[in-house]
Design a protein around this ligand. Structure first.
Ligand code: FES
Ligand code: FES
Length: 152
């Protein structure tokens, strides 16, 4: 039986291989931190990381990621200790919270590639949609996280 490695744990795939990764995460594994927003790879609510890069899990099938190591928000840390999570808490970024797991994983990916992002880098790299309009706090928290990551 096919397996998927998610947050360093191997899971047997018990659904059709053409199922979108998002539904396997949410419905089969109950990893509900990954959200369904638009379903058409536009909003970023369903973002996960593969090899440190963001992937919108509504738009890839299980079959397409069988050999990959997938990280969801649940796998970022087990106690909210990742600097991006700490910065998000310090700056009180979330409003309703719906988009924020995708925002955080996108921020992690961007900061790993660009440890000193400018506001322009952040605006260009953070394309996740937030219906609550938390963009200003997201930007501020990313600068805080960048400092924390330098000190770590
Ligand atoms: S639900 Fe996947 S990008 Fe919106
Ligand atoms: S915090 Fe509500 S959608 Fe972003």
């Amino acid at each position: 039986m096919a397996e998927l490695t998610i947050n360093k744990i191997k899971h047997q795939v018990t659904v059709e291989l053409n199922t979108p990764l998002l539904w396997f995460l949410r419905d089969t594994l109950n990893l509900t931190g990954t959200k369904y927003g638009c379903g058409i790879q536009q909003c970023g609510a369903c973002t996960v990381l593969i090899k440190g890069r963001t992937v919108r899990s509504c738009g890839v099938t299980i079959e397409e990621v069988l050999d990959e190591e997938i990280t969801t928000i649940e796998g970022l840390s087990n106690n909210n200790s990742h600097p991006v999570q700490q910065a998000w808490i310090a700056e009180e970024v979330p409003q309703c919270g719906y988009c924020q797991s995708g925002q955080i994983l996108t921020a992690v990916s961007l900061l790993n590639r660009k440890p000193n992002p400018t506001d322009q880098d952040i605006d260009r790299g953070m394309l996740n949609l937030c219906r609550c309009g938390t963009y200003t706090r997201v930007r501020k928290a990313m600068h805080v996280a960048a400092e924390m990551m330098k000190e770590a």
